[in-house]
Design a protein. Structure first.
Length: 613
């Protein structure tokens, strides 16, 4: 528009220069050219980048005002030349006015208010000036210009509406896209960043740390006891708990930390401070915050949290590896330091390599020839005889040698191999138990996968029935952790095994998160008290009271109670005083092979105060 005005103005000035005053022929065009030029330069600068919305809006408002001003100024200058020229010069002025009006209006297509102001104002001035001349040619030209510019304005109005509707549709689409992008990266329950957002941020932060040669830490957090809350009080209470945990984590984390919920009861944090002391202090603060009591819908809830840390690039030089190592540190925290933070270390690196080699050896193993069963007796203190044997797995690997079940069983569970292990071990155990005299019982441990997998109970029942061993002499041991893994499915499996006639022992009682409400809904026939309550029983008042209460609970429920991990004569004597009947531990016997177990039944008698054979 500015170029059109300048070119038209100097063309008119050139034809009128000989017969008009110097002020109108030269100075006025120079001033108007400077105004148009300065405005054109400012627009070029603004268009060099992407202005902010506020800046662009102000520029458009100023442009509209300037357009009206400069068009009126040009019209006034042109009409000031009218008295000085002949008919040809005056016709040139009318032509100048016409193309300036139409050119300016067309350049203001996307600034419709300014286009309307320019068109109406200049046409009004133009027509009002020419009417008094009485020249029919000028009047006809003026009317023609008014009609053409009016029609042009109508076309511009239609185009402007279509343009604005397209812009609004695009803005709505972009806003919807931004909202969808936000929702795709936000956890709908806690409104924290989700798993997708976390990994995108972790990749970016690791790249930034690498370029700055700095360090960052990843924290993995898992709630201890959440599954029990969810099963006992319902998913609504569980969801409220997850939301409150998210709020507490936001309070506990430093301002520059990135907190996300990965799913379930698992959270992750990216921390800029990667100093060991600072990380452990943060972990302790988080654990204390999470462990404080919750009141949800009038229900008081207690849980804890375990935290694992890994540092980039000290422990791992790739985002996925630092996450994996933080997850392993979390696993170690849950296994050995529940409710406490653990920082990844060199020993964990060796353990990961060892676990990987064990998993690979398990996959390559001939389980029938390499996996064996040992039997540890459970003694009835009233008769002094063996009441049952607990089957324990043993693995002599061709590649690794003897591997502890404490190592390979968890790995088999994570690798999805435990069901196959269970099948082989149960078949061997039942085959050995065929040699035992009645009513000696077989106690066999089940993993969470055995209970919660589809058809797991049916496979176990089929193995028992095919063996020919009386199902009423089989006790399946389950842990509280197994029940909490998927309580509804686990309960169905337990009830199916109980219907077959098998006994159900709740192992490691008191160390998990089951409630008495859940305990009474299960067809439990035995409780097994963990070794942690028995160690130095005669010296620890708290342990003594806990064991006494558990024995009393079992009697009130009308079920048997087995105390495992008995390793000293003093512990055995104290248990007798408490009225304990069934015991198991190294003080009586270590695990035995099949032949030694059969001889043990025939030769060992436990009498009050001594062990005789």
């Amino acid at each position: 528009m500015h170029v059109i005005c300048i070119v038209n103005m100097w063309a008119l000035s050139f034809t009128a220069f000989d017969h008009v005053p110097l002020t109108l022929g030269l100075y006025c065009p120079l001033i108007l050219t400077m105004l148009c030029g300065s405005q054109a330069i400012s627009w070029l600068k603004l268009g060099a980048g992407t202005p902010e919305d506020g800046v662009a809006e102000i520029a458009l408002v100023r442009a509209g005002r300037f357009s009206g001003f400069i068009t009126l100024a040009l019209s006034a200058w042109a009409l000031a030349l009218f008295p000085f020229g002949d008919g040809y010069a005056q016709s040139h002025i009318i032509f100048f006015m016409a193309i300036t009006i139409i050119g300016s209006v067309s350049c203001l297509t996307h600034l419709l208010p300014a286009a309307i102001v320019v068109g109406l104002a200049t046409n009004a001035v133009f027509f009002a000036f020419l009417v008094p001349t009485g020249n029919i040619v000028f009047l006809t030209m003026a009317l023609n210009v008014v009609l053409v510019s009016g029609a042009f304005l109508l076309i511009l109005v239609g185009n402007y509406r279509e343009f604005t509707s397209q812009v609004e549709a695009q803005l709505r689409t972009e806003a919807l896209g931004r909202e969808n992008q936000r929702l795709a990266n936000i956890d709908s329950l806690t409104h924290l960043p989700n798993r997708r957002s976390f990994f995108a941020r972790l990749t970016a932060e690791c790249a930034s740390a690498s370029s700055r040669q700095s360090r960052l830490a990843v924290a993995m957090l898992d709630l201890d006891g959440f599954k029990a809350v969810n099963d006992l009080y319902g998913h609504a209470t569980g969801d409220s708990l997850l939301v409150e945990v998210g709020r507490r984590l936001e309070r506990a984390c430093p301002g520059d930390a990135f907190l996300a919920r990965l799913g379930g009861d698992e959270y992750a944090i990216i921390v800029a401070n990667a100093e060991e002391a600072g990380l452990l202090n943060l972990g302790e603060r988080i654990c204390e915050e999470i462990a404080a009591p919750y009141v949800l819908d009038g229900i008081s809830v207690l849980i804890s949290a375990s935290v694992g840390f890994a540092v980039y690039p000290d422990h791992a030089a790739a985002p996925d590896l630092v996450f994996e190592y933080a997850d392993y540190a979390l696993y170690e925290a849950k296994r050995n330091r529940t409710g406490r933070p653990v920082l990844f270390c060199r020993e964990h690196s060796f353990a990961i390599l060892r676990n990987a080699s064990i998993e690979q050896a398990l996959r390559d193993a001939d389980l029938r020839s390499e996996i064996a069963v040992a039997f540890q007796p459970i003694i009835d203190l009233e008769t002094g005889r063996v009441a049952a044997f607990e089957a324990l797995s043993r693995w002599e690997s061709r590649e690794l040698g003897e591997v502890s079940p404490a190592q390979f069983i968890p790995i088999a569970e994570k690798a999805g191999l435990v069901s196959e292990l269970t099948r082989h071990l149960l078949e061997q155990s039942l085959c050995a138990a065929q040699q035992w005299p009645e009513p000696l019982r077989l106690s066999f441990n089940l993993s969470p996968k055995d209970l919660c997998s589809a058809g797991g109970a049916l496979r176990l029942a089929s193995i028992v029935l095919k063996s020919g061993f009386d199902p009423r002499r089989v006790d399946f041991e389950i842990t509280e952790t197994a029940m909490m893994h998927d309580f509804p499915h686990a309960r169905q499996a337990v009830e199916a095994l109980k219907a077959l006639g098998c006994g159900i022992s709740l192992d490691d009682f008191g160390t998990g998160y089951s409630s008495l409400t859940q305990l009474q809904t299960l067809p439990i026939t035995k409780l097994k008290i963990d070794r942690c309550f028995v160690a130095d029983l005669q010296e620890r008042t708290t342990g003594y009271k806990i064991v006494k209460s558990m024995l009393s609970l079992a009697r009130e429920m009308g079920i048997d109670c087995i105390v495992e991990g008995v390793e000293t004569e003093d512990e055995l004597r104290t248990l007798r005083q408490l009225g304990c009947r069934l015991v198991q531990g190294f003080h009586m016997s270590k695990p035995l092979d099949q032949d030694a177990a059969r001889r043990y039944v025939e030769t060992v008698l436990i009498e009050p105060g001594r062990l005789s054979a």
